[in-house]
Ligand binder design. Structure first.
Ligand code: DSN
Length: 432
């Protein structure tokens, strides 16, 4: 076996797994809202020779030699991200969303400091203060929640809580909140209580970049994101921030410097240059006019899916969606705590979703009462309103017939037929 052999020659086991994953993607409907399908250009950059390089430091200030082309790539990624989001300062080195958020904690807070984050079960993220995460273990999180009846964020209550608890930072952002977030109000609340505002737009970054959702970057202290969700890029993270630190009296250290030194050398080692090359490709794609059409279609598809599910008798958290995601509450179907059973049955039928908590979850995160769905991946694939209707009806059929193998087999057949019209990477030989 030669060093330079292709995977076809060198590793039958992994090749088989890749082929099977390609088949799974082709033959099923991917509705996990944090997933997408990247372009061939993004895959090529991710699989490029940049995977070999070490480049600790920042462009034109590296610790090792040989970084001429790495610098070119990182400069372009930063320049394109600034243009895409209207950002003053960008750091593209975070390995993913969680380290991006962790770097912001390192930059702005001391251990034990108080901050406010969106409760995980109601739609926040682990790194927004969950007790099992560094953010909830090493810092004092006072979570805010949605309204008990409407399941919507109530900004008056959030402001009252902020005035009372005097947090050093408030995090806005979502992983399972299907409605628009008023980032401007969050910034105003933060300014009025002397807190930093960190907005985590990982899920909706593509929508923010194209104005399909309000873009917080121009006025928010710090914005973090991943690059692999609605932004449709490689798995990775990014931080955007103001250059000036609004609390820096002596002007010695600005916000951008604090963020950069928290990422490297504070938290990470060498950046993933192959992924940063793919991030640059992604931002280039997102700057093209057609990306806005794509993002608009994501939301249109989500709305049709939501309407179809409700027409079929399913209950949705907040009664619908404004963005790319939907949370079904299984409570009215008598399936409280049966999220896993529903997820498994939908998997059987070729529909990939994830079980999810609902606000004020009556059960546990392991056996939650909700299902989370989203439309970024199917929209990339070319699904439009008519396909979303078929998908919605299929989901309802499975939920209403969880233990009926005949129904699940029939839905699987229908889904397979649907998917045949939208092949994914058909020309990739290795993924035949
Ligand atoms: N795991 C991601 C999601 O699915 O929303 C967030 O990190």
């Amino acid at each position: 076996m030669g060093m330079m052999d292709s995977i076809e020659k060198s590793d039958a086991d992994i090749l088989k797994a890749i082929k099977n994953e390609h088949k799974r993607l082709n033959e099923g409907v991917e509705l996990i809202p944090s997933e997408n399908v990247v372009s061939k250009a993004v895959l090529q950059a991710t699989g490029s020779v940049f995977t070999n390089k070490y480049s600790e430091g920042y462009p034109h200030k590296r610790y090792y030699g040989g970084n001429e082309f790495v610098d070119k790539v990182e400069d372009l990624a930063i320049e394109r991200a600034k243009k895409l989001f209207g950002a003053e300062h960008v750091n593209v080195q975070p390995y993913s969303g969680s380290p991006a958020n962790q770097a912001v904690f390192f930059a702005l807070l001391n251990l034990g400091d108080t901050f406010m984050g969106f409760d995980l079960t109601a739609g926040g993220h682990l790194t927004h203060g969950s007790k099992v995460n560094f953010s909830g273990k090493q810092y004092n999180c006072i979570p805010y929640n949605v309204d008990k009846k409407t399941h919507l964020l109530d900004y008056d209550i959030i402001k009252k809580q902020a005035l009372k608890t005097k947090p050093k930072m408030i995090i806005s952002g979502l992983t399972a909140y299907p409605r628009k977030i008023d980032f401007m109000v969050f910034q105003e609340i933060c300014d009025s209580v002397g807190a930093y505002h960190m907005s985590d737009i990982a899920h909706i970054a593509g929508l923010c970049a194209t104005g399909v959702h309000e873009n917080p970057v121009p006025y928010t202290d710090v914005v973090t994101t991943t690059t692999h969700k609605t932004l449709r890029g490689p798995r990775g993270g990014m931080i955007m921030c103001k250059i000036r630190d609004k609390f820096d009296k002596d002007g010695k250290k600005n916000l951008a410097q604090k963020i950069d030194s928290a990422v490297f050398p504070g938290l990470q080692g060498g950046p993933h240059d192959h992924v940063n090359a793919a991030k640059a490709v992604t931002f280039g794609e997102a700057l093209k006019p057609e990306f806005k059409g794509y993002c608009k279609q994501i939301v249109k598809n989500a709305k049709v899916l939501a309407d179809t599910l409700m027409d079929e008798g399913l209950e949705l958290v907040t009664g619908g969606t404004d963005n790319h995601l939907i949370v079904i509450s299984l409570v009215n179907k008598g399936l409280t705590g049966k999220g896993e059973d529903v997820q498994d049955a939908l998997d059987e039928a070729g529909i990939t979703v994830n079980k999810n908590t609902i606000p004020y979850e009556p059960n546990t995160p392991f056996n939650p009462s909700g299902i989370r769905l989203g439309t970024p991946a199917v929209t990339t694939r070319g699904f439009k309103e008519s396909e979303m209707k078929v998908v919605g009806e299929s989901i309802a059929k499975v939920i209403d017939n969880l233990n009926d193998d005949a129904v699940i087999t029939k839905v699987k057949k229908d889904i397979l037929e649907l998917c045949k019209n939208f092949p994914l990477y058909p020309e990739f030989k290795v993924l035949s």
